[in-house]
Design a protein around this ligand. Sequence first.
Ligand code: PGA
Length: 260
Amino acid sequence: MKKPKLVVANWKMNLSVHQASLLVNKLDKKVQPHRSVEVVLAPSYLCLQPLSHEIDRRKFRLAAQDGYPIDGGAYTGAISFNQLRDLVHYAIIGHSERRRYFNEGLELVRDKMASAVRNNILPILCVGETWEERNLKETKIVLHDQVITALSNLTSEDMQDMVIAYEPVWAIGGHDPAKPEDIARAVEWIRYQVKDLYGQKAADNVRILYGGSDEPEFVSSIMEVDGIDGLLVGHASLDSQQFADIIEGVYLSALGRGEG
Ligand code: PGA
């Protein structure tokens, strides 16, 4: 059976607990549950516990935006995947803002992936090239290194529910997503890396999302790209109407493909 499309709201370092709760309330009124679309909210750590009591679980699941790979101990300020287990379904791992502002390298991302999986949290691995890398025609090598390293301490069984988000860094936070042909090329390449490591079944199973300037008007053209299984949405997910429109757009595109 075809897996549902996946739409993830990455709220980043925005919203107080109160504001997050108001947003969930508004979303709840605007979003209809669809079997063909899974909606995931990734608020800040602070909001996870309260929102876990507030969300309608037929409509929403929770994700952490990060996690620390060591289960527990003297690591001031960190929150481990072990502490997040039972609270979240998913965790975003290797987001370009983590790689850039917090100096997260390939090996740390790899260890986070393994730790999340070990703690029964499904990773949403983010990969993507910077503007400079794109201009130097290094996109393929960057994606290769990011995907291969991140997945290298997992098993083919762990790949069952794997999610990878292609997020070209240059498209994040703007109003101009990557062109469908660029997305198609990257998605095909990412799937090929997964196949190379873990075989055809794993490559077929992995859901690949696109992130970077996802706004309602772009949804249908992005979702038409071959091999795209959903969206990782940043700024537009902070607006209940825009995010609800994006979810509806993903639902309609699945319906159009006979997957509704
Ligand atoms: P954006 O962010 O939708 O604001 O471009 C996407 C992301 O960083 O995940």
